[in-house]
Design a protein around this ligand. Structure first.
Ligand code: SAM
Ligand code: SF4
Length: 461
């Protein structure tokens, strides 16, 4: 696979096994000064096994998370527009030879009714997801879907940002997608281990690992500068995958001056009609998964980290403090799932969900843990993306804006969508959080809150 030197990665993991605790602590000190870690330093953290040292890694990750991101957690919902797929990825319910999956590509009206359902519950950010079916799930289909999503309004509410997770495109196609107004383009390499990649993707356009890894560069070249990458944990050894993904990040930083905007950490879940997911040779244990998130937080402190509803509420709660900055909520992983009466049908969902709570339940739980649920999309709308975003994030300039924007969006959510009990807890959290702001920011926030009381929506800094 291009850009990934397996020998170097295995070598770094081997060397890391002999590192003593003083070395680990020196690396943690560096990480706590918010500096990016090298691959060899990251390998040392990944190899750590001692319980006390692991505790120190988790503490350092919490410190970095809190210093850079504060208590904000950004919320979004995936919107599956099509499960038509010509690939046969061994792990996915949408694979072409899975006869159990009912196939469906939503039309524009169906997409709009899904979006209406999401807006009525308070969602503001969507991740558009699609299978790969050349000629059917085309770039024009994706662009029409993005435009349809932005066109829907429910009262004063609209979707603010549409991110896209679809199969690799050409530069020209990526340009079209960008001009439709997408936020992040997200594409998971699934596994960075060449042999495993080829075995897991036996047919269809996805069988070429180089086309997939090169798609990230094509997206950058087309001008999409917020890119999301990820590993599908459970296909191969998690230590190798994590270090290889970080070597991909290094490659992107060298070539494009900026790394990915986000990293996703999906773990393989069981999927209907998919034998492969029942017996995973490299299934990632919960404690190793926590280590992955903590080490990624330390290694690339300014890269957002996304967690989906594949994980259980308990696991999600633990990972918020260790590094996760964005989560999905109330997800359905089938085209049309949001308007369905029967949410438990499983003949067209992509995989089993660990967290089935409603958006309001997720928000209530975040508030209970003093996290600030945020629907902010200000950076993208103010063109603070890619390198420009990183230049603001590194000196901490962006944090003040994020805090204000998160509180604005939380008040809007509480006023317009929440039940009385969530409102009481939420307003209390807002009072507490605003008391920690400097005078100028507090006054600015008060002005925004007055506007919200007057019915004005969607202001941001
Ligand atoms: N079809 C496009 C692709 O493969 O890149 C994009 C959409 S695909 C539906 C999104 C992601 O779902 C894949 O990249 C894969 O990582 C993940 N996925 C597939 N099967 C899964 C499973 N059984 N459990 C968890 N995640 C899965
Ligand atoms: Fe198709 Fe994507 Fe599923 Fe593979 S992971 S079968 S490409 S939808």
């Amino acid at each position: 696979m291009k850009y990934i030197d397996e020998e170097i990665i295995f070598g770094l993991l081997d060397q890391a096994r002999n590192a003593g605790s003083s070395k680990v602590r020196a690396i943690l000190d560096k990480a706590k000064s918010l500096k990016r870690l090298s691959l060899s330093e990251t390998a040392v953290l990944l190899a750590a096994q001692d319980k006390k040292i692991l505790g120190e890694i988790f503490q350092a990750a919490s410190f970095v998370k809190d210093t850079i991101y504060g208590r904000r957690i950004v919320l979004f919902a995936p919107l599956y527009i099509s499960n038509l797929c010509s690939n046969n990825c061994l792990y996915c319910a949408f694979k072409s030879d899975n006869a159990l999956t009912k196939r469906k590509a939503l039309n524009t009206e169906e997409i709009k009714s899904q979006v209406k359902w999401l807006l009525e519950r308070g969602h503001k950010r969507i991740l558009l997801v699609s299978g790969e079916a050349p000629g059917v799930n085309s770039v024009d289909y994706y662009c029409d879907a993005v435009k349809a999503i932005y066109s829907v309004s429910v009262g004063p509410h609209r979707i603010k940002r549409v991110n896209v997770n679809c199969a690799p495109l050409s530069i020209e196609e990526f340009k079209k997608l960008k001009s439709a107004g997408i936020g992040t383009y997200q594409l998971f390499q699934e596994t960075y281990h060449d042999k495993t990649y080829r075995e897991a993707h036996p047919k269809g356009p996805k069988s070429d690992p180089d086309n997939r890894i090169d798609a990230i560069g094509r997206a950058f070249r087309a001008g999409i500068d917020d890119i999301g990458i990820g590993v599908l944990y459970g296909l191969y050894d998690w230590q190798f995958e994590t270090l290889a993904m970080l070597s991909h990040v290094e490659h992107l930083e060298k070539e494009f001056n900026v790394g990915p905007h986000t990293i996703s950490v999906p773990r393989i879940e069981e999927a209907a009609g998919v034998e492969f997911t029942k017996n995973l040779p490299y299934k990632v244990r919960d404690d190793d998964f926590k280590k992955i998130v903590a080490v990624l937080r330390l290694s690339v402190p300014y890269t957002g980290m996304i967690l989906s509803t594949r994980e259980t509420p308990q696991m999600r709660d633990e990972l918020f403090s260790l590094g996760i900055s964005q989560v999905s909520a109330e997800s359905r992983t089938s085209p049309g799932g949001y308007s369905s009466e029967d949410n438990n049908r499983n003949n067209d969902i992509q995989f089993t969900l660990g967290d089935q709570r409603t958006l309001e339940e997720v928000i209530g739980s975040l508030i209970g843990q003093e996290f600030i649920p945020s629907f902010c999309a200000a950076c993208y709308r103010k063109e603070r993306t890619g390198e420009a975003f990183m230049n603001l994030a590194r000196p901490g300039t962006i944090k003040g804006k994020c805090n204000i924007n998160a509180l604005i969006t939380l008040k809007e959510y509480l006023d317009d969508f929440a039940s009385e009990s969530t409102k009481i807890k939420g307003y209390q959290l807002i009072r507490h959080a605003s008391s920690g702001l400097d005078d100028e920011s507090r006054k600015q926030l008060e002005r925004f809150f007055n506007d919200i009381d007057k019915g004005i929506r969607d202001e941001f800094v």
